[in-house]
Write a protein that binds this ligand. Sequence first.
Ligand code: NAD
Length: 276
Amino acid sequence: MEIEGKTVLVTGAARGIGRAIAEAFAREGANVAAADLGSLTVNPGADWHYALSPESELAKTAREISERGGACMAFEVDVSERASCQNLVSEAVEAFGGLDILVNNAGIIKLGQLADFAEAEWDRIFAVNVKGAFLMAQATIPRMEKNGGVIINIASNAGKRGSAFNSAYCASKFALIGLTQSMAAELAASAIRVNAICPGNVFTPMQFDYLVKHRLQQYPGQSFEAAFDAFVEETAPLGRKQAPAEIAEAALYMARADSVTGASLSVDGGSGIGLS
Ligand code: NAD
């Protein structure tokens, strides 16, 4: 699919990987609906284990993309709520006149021992990471059926290999890859391609506000970024973290790749296969 002039909706777009994807599509001449929790994060940080994006961050992202000449508008959504997803898609279609590409990027994580992992936290991770993609796809598919479309799910290398103390997140990302394959098979007849991207180690707030603090205590006295870099150097074959822009590049590829559907592309420096 040609990207210029098309409309792309990116969830979790206020920061991190989602923001980079929104920026990349805007640079390529797409209309970008940048969606995130915004004011729905009533009390940032209090409702999850690290602060999710407030209204100001979403507005800043849309403003900065627009200031650089991109066509970008901010929209609020909680992807775990059906009505919120339906409203978002209606508003984006009204604003831009259609919808061609959906990027299901919003996601959350919580580490913990399986034995006492809270059921409500398991449910919330699945509600955002898996049901969110399902609800957004259901809202979007009717808008794509006439001209075809592309759905890109941001999964993880945690969707291809399990790891200790990460059961809920890993299971949710495995599920997202399964959903991707099933949707790809079912929607091909409607000319809708569905693919997943599996990032490895990207230094976003999910990492520096939460994961590094809770997982990398073996690097005492180092800054979060230095600890993260040391961890990646020791565990990933290429020894490097991924820039958000590299994940965005993969999203542009998935939008353009007319022969690719049902794929899950690792962009992870080899961390998914490990060192041995
Ligand atoms: P991030 O926490 O920096 O950004 C996630 C965004 O999603 C935030 O802006 C947050 O407000 C938004 N969000 C959370 N819940 C939402 C909801 N219910 N509705 C709408 N928006 C919601 O994280 P990130 O690292 O940029 O992660 C983006 C995606 O990439 C996630 O799906 C994550 O699982 C995946 N991923 C990240 C890494 C990494 O190393 N950072 C690796 C593999 C996969």
